[in-house]
Design a protein around this ligand. Structure first.
Ligand SMILES: NC(=O)c1ccc[n+]([C@@H]2O[C@H](COP(=O)([O-])OP(=O)(O)OC[C@H]3O[C@@H](n4cnc5c(N)ncnc54)[C@H](OP(=O)(O)O)[C@@H]3O)[C@@H](O)[C@H]2O)c1
Length: 378
């Protein structure tokens, strides 16, 4: 009998003996509701393996477009999907947690030397230990990088260039979401500065190495992958060049704004550097309940805690959520001709918002960014 039928049988059999709904009611009618709720939770716990199987089947049978939004369950396997990366060098920003950490793991597992470019060193050291526990011969180096500081980004690029002459994979993955208004050391809104400007400078400083690597490698070996989000669609007025801090907008609007910029940056990069052998694309990982959501859920107080539990259970795991970016960084299927494309899980080209398709806007963002960086000495 399939899981759904078995569950129906369990439900039809009625409440188990001694469930919370049969416990004595010492006070008013509302207690009954609480008891019913407790009885439901009790039943779910009692039959959890069965519930989990049914939920898993539901999520696997959702229309592809819907299930893709929630991650790449059962549609990609990095063990077989990632080719041998021996001799390749990768940088993963935000590699010490969430999607970045699993990307580091898979690159290292397949033989690449990986630089875990992260801000919080203690978390990075811990993450490196965890990866090495799974991949004992992993080659991983910590690279200190604080994307809120252009100086730190410059130092990270210098340190990398002093150690390596090649860079095959630059995964611009680090990010923050729903942060309260705050300016970075260089005067950018925290989300705009971390998610977009920081990565734009890092990429710019590493471009000579990326280009040199492409010249000395087989075609389509060099990738820049920007992790954006379906949330880019929330940037309803495109890019506000006059006020990138979006002082009067919500935290989530500012996140959407920065993610639209990540997407357009990959487009602009591809336009300028595809002919140099660089494949630049952007991707949405799926919805994955990582630490990214903490500023958002904690700002909601009790409601935040209440939605955290279902979010954790109904969204993809960080492992599954990292599949799209891992595939884009490594799959032989992705070529320079795909430059500028936007992908949803896994390896599926998707149409971004109208602003995300706007080449003129991408050019304007490129010029704006160059000017901002020049003004600050980069
Ligand atoms: N999770 C989702 O549902 C989802 C959906 C769409 C898009 N995305 C995108 O996926 C990417 C990865 O997110 P995630 O879910 O893996 O989040 P996460 O678990 O919170 O990880 C974020 C990473 O970014 C790093 N980071 C934050 N601020 C930094 C800074 N100033 N300098 C350097 N590193 C910094 C963090 O390192 P520290 O330890 O130093 O803080 C951490 O390693 C983000 O770009 C996010 O926008 C995620």
């Amino acid at each position: 009998m399939d899981a759904r039928r078995r569950l129906q049988t369990v439900v039809a059999a009625g409440p188990e003996p001694n469930t919370p709904s049969t416990w004595p009611v010492p006070w008013g009618a509302t207690t009954t509701l609480i008891q019913d709720y407790a009885a439901l939770v009790y039943r779910v716990c009692l039959h959890w393996p069965l519930f989990k199987e049914v939920l898993g089947n539901i999520s696997n049978n959702l229309p592809t477009n819907v299930s893709n939004m929630f991650g790449a369950k059962n549609i990609y396997n990095p063990e077989t999907g990632v080719p041998d990366l021996t001799g390749k060098v990768a940088i993963v920003t935000g590699g010490n947690a969430g999607l970045g950490k699993n990307s580091v793991l898979e690159f290292a597992r397949h033989g690449a030397k990986v630089y875990m470019a992260s801000r919080t060193e203690s978390r990075a050291r811990q993450a490196i230990e965890e990866v090495i526990a799974q991949v004992p011969n992993a080659q991983i180096e910590y690279l200190h990088l604080d994307l809120t500081s252009l100086e730190s980004i410059n130092q990270a690029a210098d340190e990398f260039i002093s150690k390596e002459s090649q860079l095959h994979i630059l995964l611009n993955n680090a990010g923050v979401m729903a942060m309260a208004s705050e300016l970075t050391k260089n005067g950018f809104d925290i989300q705009w500065g971390t998610n977009y400007i920081g990565h734009a400078l890092l990429t710019k400083l590493l471009l000579p190495t990326l280009i040199k690597t492409a010249q000395n490698s087989p075609k389509n070996s060099v990738r820049v992958v920007n992790v954006t989000s379906e949330a880019h669609r929330g940037s309803r007025l495109g890019i506000n060049f006059a006020d990138t801090a979006l002082a009067t907008s919500s935290k989530l609007s500012r996140y959407a704004h920065s993610k639209l910029a990540n997407l357009l940056h990959a487009k602009a990069l591809a336009k300028r550097y595809s002919e140099h052998g660089i494949t630049a694309v952007s991707c949405h990982p799926g919805v994955v309940f990582t630490d990214l959501y903490v500023p958002f859920t904690s700002s909601l107080g009790f409601l935040g805690s209440a939605i955290s539990w279902p979010l954790k259970w109904f969204t993809a795991s960080p492992k599954v959520g990292s599949y799209n970016q891992i595939a884009l960084c490594t799959s032989p299927q992705v070529t320079t001709e795909d430059g500028g494309s936007y992908y949803i899980p896994v390896l599926k080209k998707s149409s971004p918002s109208a602003y995300g398709q706007d080449d003129t806007l991408a050019d304007k963002l490129w010029e704006y960014t160059e000017q901002q960086l020049r003004d600050r000495g980069y």
